[in-house]
Design a protein around this ligand. Structure first.
Ligand code: PRT
Ligand code: ZN
Length: 304
């Protein structure tokens, strides 16, 4: 499975993704949207790329940065929280950086938050001095505390961080939050944000110097196209030339429209790529401002 050419370079790109968990399905869906397809092996740990020489390795998310550092994998899809925590651990251990974030991927959003018991009348970060904070992210928390110039005790736990205050293991916690339901169920409230996270494409610090460079470039370009149009819609409409500037003001998140004169007249046909949902409200506003023949068209693919 590890195809190497005679001079030792790899001819296929290998991407590590989470085997099962919050990021596994969206990661596969995103790569599929980039035109990748695989043949699954029976053990379901390795998927051989059929449409392109890009294979998948299905692993635990925490293993992904290390697999990149050891060059077992070329790229990985992992939470920024995991990537930055392990980067912090490497710094603390005096190791050089071996991976970095290549691109944010727009899913798996969450925040690493400090959360305190609901009864705590929170006054600000200065209150943390001397307190015990339970977390699975000691390196990120230590960095944040250092930046705030606060000396607090970090209690490292591998799971169920949210019950630590009730068990008397800590005064507060530092954990990932998405909906906030887990905090509320444990009578905790979020007070300070340590990191804004989402799934990212991670890769080595240095660029590839063999065929993987081209494959990685191709993948990045396709990702760019897929992510750019995810929410995007093409808006088609007609308007007379003099009102076009006021219509463009109503489309703040659209690319500059392409305009074509209809029969050489002052009437223009316009097409604008909008980067967020085009709501009924927005269409009605455009119509009121003089646009006609409004049509919203989904975009399937884009290559800049
Ligand atoms: O088995 P493996 O080690 O691969 O998986 P895992 O259990 O370590 O990871 P998984 O699947 O739980 O999470 C993978 C990644 O998803 C994380 O590293 C984050 O980048 C991202 N992510 C997004 C989250 C959440 N949202 C999230 N809410 N990861 C964890 N949570 C947990 C959080 O720790 C807390 O327990 O969900 C709970 C809070 O959720 P809310 O909605 O109640 O606020
Ligand atoms: Zn994990």
């Amino acid at each position: 499975m590890n195809r190497t050419s005679n001079n030792g370079t790899r001819e296929r790109l290998r991407i590590a993704i989470q085997k099962s968990g919050r990021l596994s399905e969206p990661a596969r869906a995103l790569l599929s949207a980039c035109g990748l397809a695989w043949r699954e092996s029976r053990d379901r740990l390795f998927c051989y790329g059929e449409s392109l020489p890009v294979d998948l390795l299905l692993v635990r998310d925490d293993d992904i940065p290390g697999l990149i550092a050891d060059a077992v994998c070329d790229l990985g899809i992992v939470g920024r929280n995991v990537l930055q925590e392990q980067a912090g651990e490497r710094i603390a251990a005096g190791k050089e950086q071996a991976f970095r974030e290549w691109r944010a991927l727009g899913f798996g959003a969450c925040r690493l938050m400090l959360a305190v018991p609901e009864t705590w009348q929170w006054q600000g970060a200065a209150e943390l001095a001397g307190k015990r904070i339970a977390t699975s992210y000691p390196a990120l928390l230590a960095d944040w505390l250092r930046a705030q110039d606060i000396a607090a005790e970090i209690v490292q736990l591998s799971g169920s961080v949210e019950i630590a205050p009730r068990l008397g293991q800590a005064d507060l916690i530092c954990d990932l939050v998405s909906s906030g339901a887990t905090l509320a169920a444990n009578q905790l409230k979020p007070v300070e944000m340590v990191l804004q996270s989402e799934a990212v494409l991670a890769g080595p610090v240095a660029v590839f110097d063999d065929v993987r460079a081209e494959l990685a470039d191709l993948l990045l370009r396709r990702l760019e196209g897929v992510l750019k149009i995810r929410e995007g819609k093409l808006l088609l409409f007609q308007a007379s030339r003099e009102i076009v500037p006021s219509l463009i003001d109503l489309l703040p998140d659209a690319d500059p429209p392409i305009m074509t004169s209809i029969d050489g007249s002052d009437r223009l046909a316009l097409q604008a790529l909008c980067h967020s949902a085009v709501t009924w409200q927005r269409l009605e506003d455009l119509k009121r401002a003089g646009a006609a023949g409004l049509m919203v068209v989904p975009v399937e693919r884009m290559l800049a």
